[in-house]
Ligand binder design. Sequence first.
Ligand code: FAD
Length: 407
Amino acid sequence: MIQGEDIADVIVVGAGAVGLSTAYQLIQARPTLKVVVLEKEARPAFHQTGNNSGVIHSGIYYKPGSLKAQLCCEGREELVSFCQEHEVAHDVCGKIIVATEERELDGLQKIYQTGLANGLAKIEMIDGKGVSAIEPHCNGIAGIFVPYTGIVDYVGVCQKLQQLIDAKAPRHRVVYQAAVQQIQVRNDVYELQTQAGLIKGKYLLTCGGLYSDQLARMEGLQPNCRIVPFRGDYYDLTPAARHKVKNLIYPVPNPAFPFLGVHFTRMVDGTIECGPSAVFSFKREGYAKTDFSWKDTIDALTFKGTWKLFFKHWRFGINEYQQAFSKGIYLKKLQKLVPSLTIEDLVPGRSGVRAMALNPDGTMVDDFLYVHHHRSIHVLNAPSPAATACLAIGRVVSGEAIRHFNL
Ligand SMILES: Cc1cc2nc3c(=O)[nH]c(=O)nc-3n(C[C@H](O)[C@H](O)[C@H](O)COP(=O)(O)OP(=O)(O)OC[C@H]3O[C@@H](n4cnc5c(N)ncnc54)[C@H](O)[C@@H]3O)c2cc1C
């Protein structure tokens, strides 16, 4: 282990998809650097990456010219090649986005145009018959078929990235159960107080997901944005109901919110998940409905952006809360897409918590965001589709580090 007087060239904090990809891309570009990844949990992908929907996003939703659009499209291709090369379970099976009411048709058309602007030339507008030819149990008046979308085992991706990093141990290493508790700089060397002891390094890259803002603050930065956690609960379809969904069925999302709406996803193990919802969580890593942390709640509620968000979207918030506690309400939403679903078809599934970076005015930080400090780069916002885009984000962040720090 790199510890005590041994000094790493670069310390990466976080063994989610973004941290591991950043370390991997850095090592690919500069194999002689000594790189150490610090992770507070006992295994990779423990939080957002390992609890997400497992979708390889196409890039159809994101503002043309944004980092999200660019890195999602690039990252998707890199991710599929990576999975092919390293035999990680995945399937580029395509998805449909479905309008069930006339008033959604404008939104559907806008998504289609955005997709074309983002270079997705093979997407297709389809009518109701086209929808049922792809998904026989789905009710839709029109849709978009997106052949670029897929499903993948993100935990498998991270395990493989970790193996590739650890293959060069002790030069490169992933250290688990090494929560970073304090960051100090002495004589241009970072000294990180961690659960696994003192770790030193010349440069620092943090990819802390739900704690990205706190890691930046630990180094003395005062980022404008604050991470506010949003839990998403899933239901699973029972084995008897799985035939009602072949692959992935998405609604037309409400453009006022950064969430895609509850959808159906075939996972790589063949199960079908429905969700996720989006409710404010009283704990950053709170996966159960009743999880609560004073510290996280005070942190969120003393930030004026959180209140502005609540006031602006109170109706959406109440709906999502009702849905979180009522299977019947959740079912109604799902039945818009697959009317033959019954309450017996659904069993409660797992939950994930999204790290939403909020601005002080209550708006979401829309794009991926990283900031430079003295000898560090902090990834402050890496929401969906950051798992899809992880290898591209890792290339960009490691490239910035190489250029900026002359590595
Ligand atoms: C419910 C849900 C569904 C989603 N669906 C999709 C999808 O289908 N497709 C997609 O592309 N994206 C999806 N996303 C988004 C995607 O999962 C995230 O954008 C991505 O995983 C972010 O990766 P990350 O490495 O930044 O964060 P994380 O995976 O959260 O990793 C951050 C890591 O940092 C560690 N860490 C934090 N603080 C410290 C510390 N002090 N010391 C040491 N380690 C620390 C954490 O333990 C964690 O392991 C979804 C997200 C959620 C929550």
